[in-house]
Design a protein around this ligand. Sequence first.
Ligand code: AMP
Ligand code: ZN
Length: 467
Amino acid sequence: MKLYNTLTRKKEEFVPIEEGKVKMYVCGPTVYNYIHIGNARPYVTFDTVRRYMEYKGYEVTYVQNFTDVDDKIIKKANEENTTMEVISNRYIEECFRDADGLNVKRASYHPRVTEEMDYIIEMISNLIEKGHAYEDNGTVYFDTKSFPEYGKLSKKNLDELIAGASDRVAVDDAKKNPTDFVLWKPFKPGEPKWKSPWGEGRPGWHIECSVMAKRYLGPTIDIHAGGEDLVFPHHENEIAQSEACNGVPFAKYWIHNGFITVDNEKMSKSAGNFFTVRDIAAEFPYEVIRFFILNGQYRSPINFSRELMESCQNGLERIKNCKKDLAYYIENCSDIDLKENENLDEIEKFKLQFEEAMDDDFNTADAVSAVYELVRFINKNSKDGVSKAYAKKEMDMFKTLTTILGIAEDKEAAVDKDAAKIEELIAKRTEAKKNKDFAAADAIREELTAMGITIKDTRQGVQWFRG
Ligand code: AMP
Ligand code: ZN
């Protein structure tokens, strides 16, 4: 299995630190709003990476934080005349709803900044003791010059960073170097605060991830992930904090997802092309959003458009219909045992194709193609009349591959809220036909069509599907 490591700018073979285990940390959202389609990309991407690792037999410990202390949360709380806690609890809950909709598995741990304060203070104290941080009037800064490798992830040296990154690093006279960043800041009136050796205040943003990764995964982890915008300064700063404090490498592999644009423009609130996952889910099922994200390799930029979403919806429908047809075929097929000419290796070929795609830096776009090819193969075989045993093997393969991608899983098939009603109408229609009441049978078919349901009379009975 190869993955592109931002730290080395190369595709590298994945070798875990501890055999059979993967320790993975993914930067989570700041909770002051619903997550947007851009935020959904790291969610779906790294969930799929995790699923694939688990499929390969690794025991994955997956940590994703919630940033629940932040200026934007405080601002929102003030606007609504409530507390930061109320806002962050609300959006953490909403975030889980969206993540569940996107079929993203829960992390092993979902730590929150407000619950890790003692450990944050401990790490900052440690950095001061070791000469990597300094205090000025209640603010503690990380001293970037004390960490000679600063810039190794973003591939910039300190002087370049100082010259070129003025828009991305805060200007502040108390800093020794412009690239130094805040570990702790004193509180302002009306803001939440915690007691610390440097007075009451709250932590800067970067320190939380160094602390949480260490606490839940240990000082050295296998994979650290997030969106590409986090490479600098966030991840660069995480490396500096963790390695200066712990004296060992922080993360072996750094992986970053590319951005989602909307109508080929950078998505932003001010441009008015900003969509929350919740907005989109009102129009398209959540699983289409997940499928849309998987249709691109995670490092390539992807453009969100209605046309693409519609095409993904059709594609996913084709995959789901294949599963439904196959289940029906298996239930009704009377030819039980494997026939002599049936070759199981032909089914295995799709797994090999799928694995080859995923082993090459998690190329889900090609993995989706392998699923489409499997679907074509199954559809053709069912028409040709394979045995039940063969069809079952096809189903096993279908489930294995789609479960890694987190699509077309049984829970969705069961979710069709109209299923009971549809089955009842189909039974009535069958009864009407048996009684030669064709007008009644046609009326029922029309009723089903109006519900968006297509029915198909087959030798094994009546099948239905949406679309
Ligand atoms: P934030 O809440 O802005 O810190 O973002 C949470 C996660 O979403 C981070 O990993 C970001 O890199 C990622 N992210 C934000 N916007 C986009 C976007 N337009 N496309 C892809 N990833 C994004
Ligand atoms: Zn982080």
